[in-house]
Design a protein around this ligand. Structure first.
Ligand code: PLP
Length: 404
C-alpha cells in the first residue's frame, strides 16, 4: 500500500478530513462541486426544484435529446451488465480525440480521477500546487494524505485572471501535482496555451501536471490532449457534467500515459451504469452539440455580464458557465440575502471575500437573478434580515472556509 494512502486511512487522517470538510462532504476524499454547493446551501434549501440554483455550475439544459432517448432505450436492458458499453464509449472517445484507448479511463464523473490523481501523487513530502481562487476538491484530497496545499494567486486578478504558472513552478521544488483548471473554476477564465506549455515543459521530472478540462467544451481555448500523445507527465480530465448536462447521470474520464493511469487504479474502478455510457455515446455522436450549447451558454453569459457591468460591477473574463462577481461588499452577506429571495448563487473564496460565483442558468433564471440582485444590492443586510426562509440556514460557511 502506498504510504500516502496509509496516512489517509488512519483514524487521525480521516477525522482531520471529515472535520474540515463539513458533514456534507465527509467520509471519502472524493469531493464534488455538488457537495460543495450543497454544504454551503444547507440541507433544508437543497431542493433543486425550488428557487433558482445558479450555485453548482450545472447545465440547466440537461442531457440532449439523443442522450435521453439512449438512456430510455437502455432501461429495459438494465438487468444485463452489457460489458461492451463502456469499451464502446472509450473507443469512440479515443477515435474522436486521436488517442489510444489505453490512454483513457472512464469513471462516474471526473471527480473520482481528480481525487485519485491527487491521492496517488501527493504525500507529506510532495505538495499540491493550485491556483487561488481555484477549485477546492483537489485540496481536500491532498489534505487527506497530509500533503501541503500551496495556493498561488491568479495573475492579474482584475484582468485576465489566468494561472500564474511561473509562480506555481516556483512554489515548491518537488510538487506531487500541479493542478491547472482550464477554464478555471470559479473565475471561468482561461490560461494561455503558452503558459500551460511552460508549466508542462518546466515541471520537475516526477511532478504530474493535472489539467482539468471540465469546462473546456464551453470555450475555444486549445485543448491539452497533445501533451498525453507526446508522453508527458500530464493527466487531462474531462466530464459530461457541464456542456453535456449530465451532472446527475455521472460520466467522465481521465486521459494519461498508461503507467500514470495505473497508479489511479489502486483507488478502485467500477463497472459504469449502462444508462450513463449510452447517454455519453449518444452525446458524442451529435456533431453540432458542442457548438450549439457553447453558443447558448455564451449568449446568456454575455447578456448577464454586460448587464452587471452596466450596473457598475466587475466580473471576471469568463469563457465558461461561471464567473466571479465583485459585489463590493462582503460576498457572504449578498449570498445570504439572495438565498432569502430563493436565488442561490455560488460560494465565496476566502482570497476574494467580496466576490460571489455566479453560474450561468437559463435566460429566465438570469432575469430572476437580475431582479433579486438589484433588490439585494439596495440593502443586502436588510434583505437578509427580512427573509423568513433564510433564517436558520447556514450559508457562506461552507467547505471553503477552512482554506482561509
Ligand atoms: N473539475 C472541476 C473544475 C469542476 O468544477 C467539476 C464539477 O463541477 C469537476 C471537475 C467534476 O465534476 P463531475 O464529477 O461531475 O464530473
Amino acid at each position: 500500500m502506498p504510504s500516502n494512502l496509509k496516512a489517509a486511512i488512519t483514524r487521525r487522517g480521516f477525522f482531520r478530513f471529515a472535520a474540515g470538510a463539513s458533514a456534507a462532504v465527509a467520509g471519502l476524499p472524493v469531493v464534488t462541486e455538488g457537495m460543495l454547493a450543497h454544504a454551503q446551501r444547507g440541507r433544508r434549501l437543497g431542493d433543486p426544484n425550488h428557487g433558482v440554483h445558479i450555485d453548482s455550475n450545472e447545465n440547466p439544459l440537461g442531457p440532449c435529446d439523443a442522450a435521453r432517448q439512449a438512456m430510455m432505450s437502455m432501461v429495459p436492458m438494465g438487468g444485463r451488465y452489457l460489458m461492451n458499453q463502456e469499451s464502446d464509449m472509450v473507443e469512440l472517445i479515443a477515435k474522436q480525440e486521436g488517442l489510444d484507448a489505453k490512454n483513457i479511463r472512464a469513471y462516474a464523473g471526473s471527480s473520482e480521477p481528480l481525487a485519485y490523481t491527487v491521492l496517488a501523487f501527493t504525500s507529506p513530502s510532495k505538495p499540491l500546487v493550485i491556483a487561488d481562487p481555484g477549485y477546492e476538491a483537489p485540496m481536500f484530497s491532498a489534505q487527506s494524505v497530509g500533503a501541503a496545499v500551496l495556493k498561488v494567486p491568479l495573475s492579474d486578478p482584475h484582468g485576465a485572471a489566468a494561472h500564474d504558472v511561473k509562480a506555481m513552478l516556483a512554489a515548491a521544488s518537488n510538487p506531487g501535482v500541479i493542478y491547472i483548471c482550464n477554464p478555471n473554476n470559479p473565475t471561468g477564465s482561461c490560461t494561455p496555451r503558452a503558459d500551460i506549455e511552460h508549466v508542462v515543459a518546466n515541471a520537475p521530472k516526477d511532478t504530474v501536471v493535472l489539467i482539468d478540462e471540465a469546462y473546456i467544451h464551453l470555450c475555444d481555448a486549445p485543448r491539452s490532449m497533445d501533451f498525453v500523445k507526446e508522453g508527458k507527465n500530464v493527466i487531462v480530465l474531462r466530464t459530461f457534467s457541464k456542456l453535456y448536462g449530465m451532472a446527475g447521470v455521472r460520466m467522465g474520464f481521465a486521459v494519461g500515459r498508461p503507467d500514470l493511469l495505473e497508479k489511479l487504479d489502486y483507488f478502485g474502478r467500477n463497472f459504469l451504469p449502462i444508462t450513463a455510457t449510452s447517454a455519453a455515446i449518444a452525446s458524442l455522436k451529435q456533431a453540432d452539440l458542442v457548438d450549439t450549447r457553447k453558443k447558448i451558454t455564451a449568449g446568456t453569459r454575455a447578456d448577464t455580464m454586460a448587464w452587471l457591468k452596466q450596473q457598475g460591477y466587475a466580473v471576471t473574463p469568463s469563457e465558461s458557465n461561471c464567473f466571479m462577481l465583485d459585489t463590493k461588499r462582503p460576498g457572504k452577506e449578498v449570498l445570504m440575502a439572495m438565498a432569502g429571495k430563493d436565488v442561490f448563487v455560488g460560494r465565496i473564496w476566502p482570497a476574494w471575500p467580496t466576490n460571489v460565483r455566479i453560474s450561468v442558468g437559463t435566460p429566465e433564471e438570469m432575469m430572476t437573478f437580475r431582479k433579486a440582485f438589484t433588490e439585494v444590492m439596495a440593502n443586502p443586510a436588510t434583505a437578509w434580515m427580512e427573509s423568513p426562509r433564510a433564517h436558520g440556514g447556514k450559508f457562506g460557511e461552507g467547505s471553503t472556509a477552512r482554506w482561509s
